[in-house]
Design a protein around this ligand. Sequence first.
Ligand SMILES: O=C(O)c1ccccc1N[C@@H]1O[C@H](COP(=O)(O)O)[C@@H](O)[C@H]1O
Length: 227
Amino acid sequence: MPVLFAPGVGTAPRLGETSVKICGLTTIADVHAVAAADANYVGFVFFKKSPRNVSVAQARDLAIEVPMGIAKVALVVNATDEFLDEITAAVPLDILQLHGKETPERVSEIKARYGLPVMKAVGVADESDLPALDAYSAVADQLLIDAKPPKNADLPGGNGLSFDWRLIAGREFGVPWMLAGGLTPENVAEAVRMTGTQQVDVSSGVESAPGVKDPARIRRFVKGARS
Ligand SMILES: O=C(O)c1ccccc1N[C@@H]1O[C@H](COP(=O)(O)O)[C@@H](O)[C@H]1O
């Protein structure tokens, strides 16, 4: 299954190499660290309760620093059209990541309205969560398979929690997919080996404190994903 790259976004990953998304950048130094580590995607979090939340103006300043060839992803949670209008008008973006309770119908609506590829996050805790992956693969351009957040969690993602990777080991979904949830430089090679994923996404696992990215951990994560 080919890995999705948005039109106009430069280099594709080298054949057979795991693609890496580093999510939750908040500073220009973060952008430089991700580019130096040779990651493929950067994510900007638009969610007020997150320690990684950025304003539209901040995201714009960060996005224009991102070198060609790295896809810029906006992470939103149950966003209104009004908010999506605002961010897509101000920030040069390549992909929209929907990380809330957006229905398949809402995913289709957003795809049609903004003309950007859409990646739908789906939380997995056990087998009963797997049918949702098939439902969303019919409408989204990519899936992001994350750990289901605990009940009453403040954040629907970015909690550093992983799920039982055996649930999706060797699975295909008809669209490209990314593994997320509790990945770290220490466990990412094993996660890739166990699941067969071609893409991984990380946020808290490459931080020294909530919302503070660590360049050395980012470097080690990218290396580990491709080892
Ligand atoms: O990172 C956040 O703060 C966040 C907030 C709201 C929704 C999703 C969020 N992050 C996404 O969750 C995955 C997993 O995070 P982690 O690596 O377990 O910390 C992350 O890759 C983001 O895409």
